[in-house]
Design a protein around this ligand. Structure first.
Ligand code: AKB
Length: 335
């Protein structure tokens, strides 16, 4: 689980109304929801997803079935639970979006529009997860600036750029307190990733521990920005608690903790799992998505405006990930 206890001192600013998380059963939501419950109290957080909850809810945990393409459902949940903050995580990731572009537009764009409209009407704060997918082949690839060319060539990227612009518009036109991160690839041992291009990294850890062998769907030298999930969860909550007057950007801030290739990740894993073998069976769709994305990001705006400071580099992330995933896999196989 993300370590919410590591949050900075200004985390004492607690919102009075409840917090709604959409897409709560996804890769980020699976760790953000427990972190928010730990930080603000379990009765303050409403987890929602269009999927049916497969697990036993702890006593007191609030869960709603919510389809973000249905505006009335959102308004009803926001009204009934007195929501003041919405973490809007429900979205299709890059590779799945490319398979289903119409669904991607519907879920990623209509969903965001409906959330922003509910936020406008009920004066909610909103978190929007943008992505490195909001950049494209004409963006400077190294040390990609905060403000730069954004002409993505994937439907996922199109929805992320349009989403950033819509967030900017609601912030300036309707004074909605919208905040966002341009997330890199996220590495986590809690929930399996769901259809991203950077998911190779999570798959590699699973396969290394199970079989000491992984066939990667990207070329071994594909450089992409990444971050360990505990850093992403902490950054998300810190951004939402930051002094709004200091935020120069309402679309989304560049964040990342490392830039790595599959070969570099494999070499680091090999220091803990001797004999681990990486080979590559390249998927042309996901390779072309990765080739259109930055290799590294300039994160100085996030550092300057709200103190972004990731704690895990490649070595620290790999050691923690192997220890925690290893423990989880052993516990599962012992069941
Ligand atoms: C994906 O690969 O689609 C996501 C992302 C970088 O936005 N992890």
């Amino acid at each position: 689980m993300a370590r919410a206890e590591n949050l900075s001192p200004n985390s004492g600013l607690r919102p009075q109304r409840r917090i709604l998380v959409t897409g709560a059963m996804g890769q980020i939501g699976s760790e953000l929801v427990p972190a928010l419950r730990q930080h603000y109290g379990g009765d303050r957080v409403v987890a929602s997803d269009v999927r049916i909850v497969p697990y036993q809810l702890s006593a007191g945990d609030i869960h709603e079935h919510l389809d973000c393409t249905q505006p009335q459902q959102i308004l009803e949940v926001v009204r009934r639970h007195e929501i003041g903050t919405i973490y809007h995580l429900a979205a299709l990731l890059s590779a799945v979006a490319e398979e289903k572009p119409h669904a991607a537009w519907n879920i990623n764009m209509d969903g965001l529009y409906n959330i922003l409209e509910a936020a406008r009407q009920y004066r909610c704060q909103v978190f929007f997860p943008s992505s490195i997918g909001a950049f494209g082949p004409s963006t400077p690839r190294e040390h990609t600036p905060q403000a730069t060319v954004q002409r993505p060539t994937t439907i996922y990227g199109v929805t992320k750029v349009a989403g950033e612009l819509l967030c900017d518009y609601y912030a300036s036109r309707f004074v909605v307190d919208v905040r966002g991160l341009r997330l890199p690839g996220l590495i986590s041992y809690v929930a399996p990733p769901g259809g991203g291009t950077t998911d190779y990294a999570v798959e590699m850890f699973h396969q290394a521990l199970r079989y000491k062998h992984y066939s990667c769907f990207l070329k071994a030298n594909t450089l992409l920005p990444m971050m360990y999930m505990p850093d992403a969860i902490r950054a998300t909550i810190e951004l939402m608690e930051a002094d709004g007057a200091r935020l120069r950007y309402r679309n989304a801030y560049n964040v990342a903790a490392m830039s790595i290739t599959p070969a570099e990740l494999a070499a680091e894993i090999r220091t803990h799992v001797p004999g681990f073998v990486l080979d590559c069976r390249v998927d042309p769709v996901r390779q072309s998505i990765a080739d259109s994305w930055p290799g590294s990001l300039d994160t100085s705006a996030a550092r300057d405006d709200w103190g972004f400071a990731p704690q895990f580099d490649l070595a620290a992330m790999t050691a923690d990930m192997l220890a925690r995933l290893g423990a989880k896999l052993s516990a599962t196989s012992a069941d």
